[in-house]
Design a binder for this molecule. Sequence first.
Ligand code: UDP
Length: 479
Amino acid sequence: MQNTKPHAALLSSPGLGHFIPVIELGKRLVTNHGFSVTVFVVTTDNSLSKSQLLKQSPCPDLLNIVLLPPVDVSGLINPTTGILAQLAIMMREALPKLRSAILAMKFCPTVLIVDLFGIEAMVIADELNMLKYAFITSTAWFLALTLHVPTIDKVIEDNHVKNQQALVIPGCKSLEFGDTFGPILDRNDQMYTEYKRMGVDMQKFDGILVNTWQDLEGTTLGSLEDEKKLGRVAQVPIYPVGPLVRAVKPGPKSEMLEWLDMQPIESVIYVSFGSGGTLSAKQTTELACGLESSGQRFIWVVRPPIENDSAATVFKTNHGTDDTPDFLPDGFLTRTREIGLVVPMWAPQTEILRHPSVGGFVSHCGWNSTLESIVNGVPMIAWPLYAEQGMNAAMLTEDIGVAIRSKSFPAKELVVREEIETMVRTIMDEGDARRARVRTLKSSAEKALSKAGSSYNSLAQVANDCESAFKYLKAKAQG
Ligand code: UDP
C-alpha cells in the first residue's frame, strides 16, 4: 500500500447486509477520494455467498479485502441469544485478530470505520491514534433511535413495552409498537444492553456515516441536528453518504436474465426476502396462491418454510407430481411455467432489479434491498420479517410513498392470498403513484452521489478530515 494518501481500515461484521455497503463505501473512498482501503471482514463458517459476491463485485486496485480467521463463539452463546447479541459477541471475539492484523501493516491506517456491531473495535483506534467513524448501514431514522435509546429507556419501558404505545423518538417520526425494533423490548436481555452501549459509544466518535441521502430523509437528518443543539444528542457530525449499493460486474448473462429479456417492460414482480428471510409453511402457500391468481409474471426466490426444516438453507427432497417442492401447492410449477420462475435460495438481485422487465418487488425491506429497489426505480410491497425491517416498511409506505403493505402488518398475522393478489395488481399498475415517486427518488439518488451532490460532498468532508489528520501525523513522524 502507498503512503502518500490516507489509508482507511474498514471493519465489517458477518452478514451480507453489512458487508455489501461496507465494501461499497471502501470503493468510493478509493475511486473518488484517492484513499487506499483495507476492509477487514469478520467471518463465520458460512461465508460462501460472501466469497461469491467478492468475485462478482468489481474492486479497484487500492481496495484490499482481508477475511479475518473465523471466530468460535459456540461457548459464549446459547439458543436464546438473539442475533444482535450474537453479532456483538462475535465482533468482540474478533478484536485480537483485528488488532494483530492492523499492527502487522507497514503503515498504520489513518482512520477506522466500523459498522454498528464493530463499535468496540474503537479501543484499537484509540490505542493507535486513528480517527474513529461509525457507518450505519441503515436509515437515519434507525440512527436516531440508536442515539436516543440511552436517554429514553424509561419511556421505552413504561409506554412502549408495557402499554404498547407508539415510541416518541425526540424530533423524529414516532415508532409504532407493531413496527418496533425487537432488541429494545427487553431491558433484561443482553441484546438491549449491547444496543444501548452502541448508542452511547458512537456519540464519542469523530463522525457517523449513514447509508441514506438528504432528499430521502432530510427531515430526520434535520431533526438530529436540532437534537444536537438541544443537547439531547452529542455533537457528533453525521454524514449521509448513500445510497451505497452493490455495483453489477459485467459478465455472461444468466438464464434468468435471458428469460427477463423476453418479458415485456415492467411486467415482472420479483419476490425475495433477503439473505436469510424465511416464511412459515402456511404463509408460503398463501404467497404461492396469491401470485398465481394475480396472473402476474414473477421471479420468486424460494426457501423451504422454517417449521418444516430448521436448516432453512437446504431444499427438501420430497416433491409433488411435477417436481414442485412439497412446500409449494401441488402442480404450482406446471401451472405457472409460462409466467414465472421459481429460484431456489439465491438470485442475482441487483442484476434482476435493474432489468427493465422488472416492475415491482415483494421485499423483506432489508435496507440494502430497499436501496437497490429505489435506485432502480422499482416500487415495493413491503413484507418486513425481522431486525429494523418493520421501521423500514413503515417509512417506505407512510413517509416516502414508494411501497404498500398488507393490513396484516404490523399485527403479524397471516397475509391471505386474496390480499396478496390485490397488492400485486396494485403495485404493478403502471399508473400507480408509487411508481412515479420511486422514479423521482431514483433521480435524486443519482444526483446525491454524483460529483458535488449531497452524499458525494458528505463523504468528501470525511475524506478531507482524514487527509488533514494524515498530513499532521506524517509531518509529526518526520519531526
Ligand atoms: N441478495 C441477493 N440475492 C438473494 C438475496 C439477497 O443478491 O437471493 C443480496 C441483496 O441484493 C442485498 C443483500 O443480499 O444486497 C441483502 O441485504 P439486505 O440488507 O436487503 O437484507 P439482509 O439479508 O441483511 O436481511
